[in-house]
Design a binder for this molecule. Structure first.
Ligand SMILES: Cc1cc2nc3c(=O)[nH]c(=O)nc-3n(C[C@H](O)[C@H](O)[C@H](O)COP(=O)(O)OP(=O)(O)OC[C@H]3O[C@@H](n4cnc5c(N)ncnc54)[C@H](O)[C@@H]3O)c2cc1C
Length: 504
């Protein structure tokens, strides 16, 4: 019996900036034989799932957008989630991606079929096969709620910042906000004025700097629209400033001390109560965890209906939250701003490579890839925002676009060599990662004295790129064939069947 499954050249997973950008790039390369598989019912990734009050980017919009799709209409320097989501919807239509997207198609399993040299993919709706699999499932797309004893028995409302329940009105409620990361500091000032009492449960205080946010006025918008070079120049400047900052994070963490003074002055100005202020001063070097930007977080914490309880959430007893130091508060709702499965990305459990092991098993000692994209033992698997491609201070779209260029060259290399697949050499992956770990060793992320989501359970930094975005662009400009083994096209009956399916 014939194989009824559809076969495509490229299957992409995810419709965030990464998956959509991949779609645009494929079309620009003249490739139309691809699908984009998305578990949700609309595009947007991060910017569809995070709709909490106050949600906005913390890299300026003119840099936090695609270089090939400038948007003269950004309303603010740091635009809010509805505008970023609408931008991604527009990109989807402008670049003709909709016909390629399959919604409600969560990828449940993907297995490399060595005999036929292709990926077998099972989604929530269908089975298909593909020559190349591109995983753009996002580093921050699967919310993480810590295991807290008693949480199951909590009679009130519980949700994660990335799955905001808009049907539940927080007005007049006693709310516990667990976590003080990038999402929490946007949520706190947005909800504090309307809740009866806000208890912020803080394991570690963040360093917070002023947020240079303002509306982009009509003249600027008109100028960017009529003279696109001005928007380009604005983007260029925003990029350059961030490229210069990298040195302090990577080579000279001691230079961060001056920034700490700025952050302390910011805190002093907003919080007069010395007891609260003491709780809010971090004991690690600024930059070790993500530096947060806010003008209204500290004032919200200083409000009469807010309090900060220092220490982790230890347990929930009925409707009472109990923190590490034994503080108890009765609450109506618990909001978790506790981050995502970053170093243990769930898709790893679902992708099985040439030797029958899953990516998660392959990475049991920590994530590692070649140039952030490919993994030994996983032919024709490419990742957008793979290991060590994260940034602490600049736009992830720059890293995404570099990877898209690498993947485009990868596909051209397959055509040029006539190989069915490329597979990264283990020695090349090892060498690349040894170089990264050497450079990471003296960075503020590794030496700043904090525990952050940049580090995995073994304390290894498998998330951050220790260089400028220009360096990453150079490193991913071309596929170096010396780093890959070629997998020949299958011969014999498997090839014949595969060829018949492709032409059918
Ligand atoms: C609140 C918030 C604010 C942020 N702000 C910034 C910022 O200002 N600047 C910055 O540079 N970065 C920021 N980031 C990081 C942000 O995640 C990246 O910039 C970028 O949006 C990631 O895009 P992505 O396409 O890789 O992943 P995502 O946007 O997460 O998209 C992944 C997609 O894959 C889908 N998916 C996952 N698993 C499966 C599966 N098994 N099957 C099918 N589909 C699947 C998901 O549904 C999702 O649509 C922020 C992140 C968050 C959470």
């Amino acid at each position: 019996m014939g194989d009824e499954r559809q076969h495509v050249r490229v299957a992409v997973i995810g419709t965030g900036f990464g998956g959509l950008g991949m779609g645009v790039r494929l079309r620009r390369e003249g490739i139309t034989d691809f699908v984009i598989l998305e578990r949700a019912g609309s595009v947007g990734g991060t910017w569809r799932d995070n709709s909490y009050p106050g949600c906005a980017c913390d890299v300026p919009s003119h840099l936090y957008s695609f270089s090939f799709a400038p948007n003269a209409e950004w309303p603010r320097t740091f635009s809010g989630q509805p505008h970023i989501r609408a931008y991604l919807e527009r990109v989807t239509d402008t670049f003709g991606l909709r016909p390629h997207i399959r919604f409600d198609s969560e990828v449940l399993a993907a297995r490399w079929d060595g005999e036929r040299a292709r990926w077998e993919i099972r989604t929530a709706r269908e089975e298909l096969t593909a020559d190349v699999l591109v995983s753009a499932t996002g580093p921050l797309s699967d919310p993480r709620i810590p295991e807290i004893p008693g949480l199951d028995g909590f009679p009130g409302k519980v949700f994660h910042s990335a799955r905001w329940d808009h049907d539940y009105d927080l007005a007049g409620k006693r709310v516990a906000m667990v976590g003080t990361g990038a999402s929490a500091i946007q949520i706190v000032p947005a909800v504090q004025p309307k809740v009866a009492r806000l208890t912020v449960i803080q394991r570690t205080p963040p360093w917070v700097l002023p947020r240079m946010d303002r509306g982009i006025n009509a003249v600027e918008r008109w100028l960017h629209d009529t003279v696109p070079a001005t928007a380009k120049a604005r983007r260029g400047l925003l990029w350059l400033i961030r490229e210069f900052q990298v040195g302090a994070f990577v080579k000279r963490p001691q230079l961060m001390k001056a920034t700490e003074q700025l952050a302390k002055a910011h805190l002093r100005k907003a919080v007069k109560d010395p007891v609260l202020r003491a709780k809010l001063i971090p004991d690690y070097t600024i930059g070790c965890k993500r530096i947060l930007l806010s003008n209204d977080y500290y004032p919200a914490l200083a409000a009469p209906n807010a309090e900060v309880v220092a220490g982790a959430l230890r347990e929930v007893r009925g409707s009472t939250v109990v923190t590490a130091d034994g503080t108890e508060r009765e609450v109506d709702a618990i909001v978790f701003g506790t981050g995502f499965h970053v170093t243990d990305m769930p898709i790893g459990e679902r992708i099985t490579g040439a030797d029958g092991r899953t990516l998660a098993e392959h990475w049991k000692d920590g994530m590692a890839a070649l140039r952030g994209s490919t993994v030994d033992g996983f032919p024709n698997l490419l990742m957008v925002i793979g290991p060590n491609t994260g940034l602490a201070n600049s736009s992830m779209i720059l890293m995404i676009e570099s990877t898209l260029a690498y993947i485009a060259d990868y596909l051209r290399t397959l055509d040029r060599t006539g190989a069915a697949a490329l597979v990264a050499k283990p020695a090349a992956v090892r060498a690349w990662n040894a170089g990264l770990q050497r450079r990471l060793a003296r960075t503020v992320w590794n030496t700043g004295g904090c525990v952050s989501w940049y580090l995995d359970v073994n304390g290894r930094n498998t998330t951050v790129w220790p260089g400028t975005t220009a360096e990453f662009r150079r490193a991913t400009a071309r596929v170096d064939l010396a780093e890959y083994d070629l997998v020949p096209r299958p011969a014999g009956p498997a090839a014949a069947t595969a060829a018949a399916e492709v032409t059918a």
